[in-house]
Design a protein around this ligand. Structure first.
Ligand SMILES: Nc1ncnc2c1ncn2[C@@H]1O[C@H](COP(=O)(O)OP(=O)(O)OP(=O)(O)O)[C@@H](O)[C@H]1O
Ligand SMILES: [Mg+2]
Length: 246
């Protein structure tokens, strides 16, 4: 349903061109649950922004349900059913959480449904519905409100960039349940960018992105054991040779 065909993203740095996403091709299937992981700076958020149309491709093509959306802007892509929850959500002064959920839903959204979306991300609806989406919200609260707006939308494909970032353990458990529910009940394609083992375990497919290229892609059974091995190896190597656990 979403096809990335040989896409690249290059930037100019000190007069030289730097390739952030390097000739990448991935095909996401309808209803699939994908988790993209990999080292910091590997290009994960950039990839999400290219899919959403926030950044422009340097080369390549993006097809959505067979239609070429390469030249479509963010609004057009959003209207087609692509949604993106930012790694660091923006704040909008003068707007309440309820307003934001209603705008996301694009139509009348009964209060009890607004409350359900907030409960799904572990926020007490009574406390938050009339709060302003400004600097008074903590980072974790803001992040969860952003995720609730994605739940409120009628999407075909939902992209979450590090939904776990800044979120406490209790809310994180709730969020995991919500992702599972979303996957089972709606036929959304879900793409989550994450470093969390518990989110990796939810995936049908895991993609490891490094230096703007796919390092590994496969089912969680194929990919997860090797990721965990590598991570353990790196930590031990940093701590000293005698601790290396082979
Ligand atoms: N517009 C830009 N101009 C210059 N460099 C950029 C631009 N966008 C991204 N980069 C660089 O590209 C690399 C990939 O960034 P990106 O945010 O996609 O990484 P990431 O995989 O999401 O990392 P993290 O795990 O830390 O969130 C980084 O080195 C970043 O500094
Ligand atoms: Mg990122």
């Amino acid at each position: 349903m979403l096809e990335l065909n040989n896409i690249s993203f290059k930037v100019e740095e000190n007069g030289e061109s730097r390739t952030i996403i390097d000739d990448l091709s991935i095909s996401f299937e309808e209803g699939g649950f994908y988790v993209i992981t990999g080292p910091n700076g590997g290009g994960k958020s950039t990839l999400a922004k290219l899919i959403m149309g926030i950044s422009e491709l340097s080369e390549g093509q993006i097809l959505f349900d067979g239609e070429d959306i390469t030249d479509k802007n963010i609004t057009e892509r959003a209207n087609m059913g692509i949604g993106y929850a930012f790694q660091q959500p923006p704040r909008i002064k003068g707007m309440t959480v309820e307003d934001l959920l209603k705008i996301a839903h694009k139509g009348d959204l009964p209060e009890e449904e607004c409350c359900q979306y907030l409960a799904d991300v572990g926020l007490c609806p009574k406390e938050y519905l009339s709060r302003e989406v400004d600097n008074s919200l903590s980072g974790g609260e803001m992040k969860r409100i952003e995720i609730a707006t994605i739940l409120a939308r009628d999407l075909k494909i939902a992209i979450f960039d590090e939904p776990e970032a800044g979120i406490d353990l209790w809310s994180f458990a709730k969020l995991n349940e919500t992702f599972q529910k979303m996957h089972k009940e709606k036929n959304h394609t879900i793409i989550i960018i994450s470093h969390q083992e518990r989110i990796l375990e939810l995936a049908d497919k895991i993609i490891v992105l490094e230096n703007g290229k796919i390092k590994t892609m496969g089912t969680k059974e194929e990919v997860l054991p090797s990721i965990l091995n590598q991570v353990n190896g790196t930590v031990c190597a940093i701590q000293g040779k005698e601790l290396f656990n082979e």
